[in-house]
Ligand binder design. Sequence first.
Ligand SMILES: Cc1ncc(COP(=O)(O)O)c(C=O)c1O
Length: 314
Amino acid sequence: MAGLLFPDWRPRPPLHPVHLDWLEGAGVELALLRLDQVDALVSGNKWFKLAPYLRQAAEQGLSGLMSLGGAHSNHLHALAAAGARFGFETVGLLRGNEQDTPTVRDLREFGIQLHWLGYAGYRERHAEGFWLPWRERYPQLLPVDEGGGGLPGALGCADLLTALREQLSELGWPDYDQLWAACGTGTTLAGLVLGEAGAHPVVGALAVPPGHGVEAMLPRLLTESGHGDIGYRLLDASRGGFGKVDAPLARFMADFEKGCGVPLDPLYTGKLLLALHDEVVAGRVPRGSRLIAVHSGGLQGRRAMEERLRPLLS
Ligand SMILES: Cc1ncc(COP(=O)(O)O)c(C=O)c1O
């Protein structure tokens, strides 16, 4: 068994100012930290969450990573693409029964080994001993929780603050007033809160409805990091459910892309920016504020949503 080599790749997401009427009307400036632009395939927040696990695997002489996700998973997509690109082994444990989606077709092409767990099997993913049979089967792989969650994933995202700080002056901004990001597990937000260490207010837009784990995950990760529960604010951006899309969201995404050329995904970044828009137009963001929002990618998952979004636009 050959151990993997940690790849020499340090992606630097660009900071991209956006100009839209509703921002101008409210006297608010916005820039996006474009993680969607770090790579066409290893896109979004995924590499930042995976890199610390990959480093651990390399240090332990392992040959790759195994993880979990659904048939549209951005996380498995990036994991499989990274494995193919950098030459490490990957295994994906999938929710439900075998399906054919654009994501699954890509996964097969990237060469990740797939196992379908059914719905009941997938529900066991948090149970003690879940990983045991998989570790026995793949002793050469490091297990990574769903979505690249956990403290190593969060610490990988804390590095995003470096890229952000390095580019502020290029934007001509002496500073910013708020940092916004979408939350699925809360891992990315925990990393941003840790990286900020109280320097700027951090706002998390919940892509999953309140009470589905993020509120518990954030204090757990922050406490585990030894920093205690540093402040942040959570907003419900889920529009009634993870995966729920409606006409205002579809219209907002289309207008956003038309207005500034930046594509959004409907599950995370579309909901994040719609929640930010609603706060701005309601006058809850002081005039003169400079906001940063993290574009965490997810565009590959948009392919399967197009058919649901299109009718909402008519
Ligand atoms: C595109 C995208 N943005 C944001 C998130 C949320 O990240 P986290 O799970 O770290 O809260 C995810 C996945 O979880 C995602 O796929």
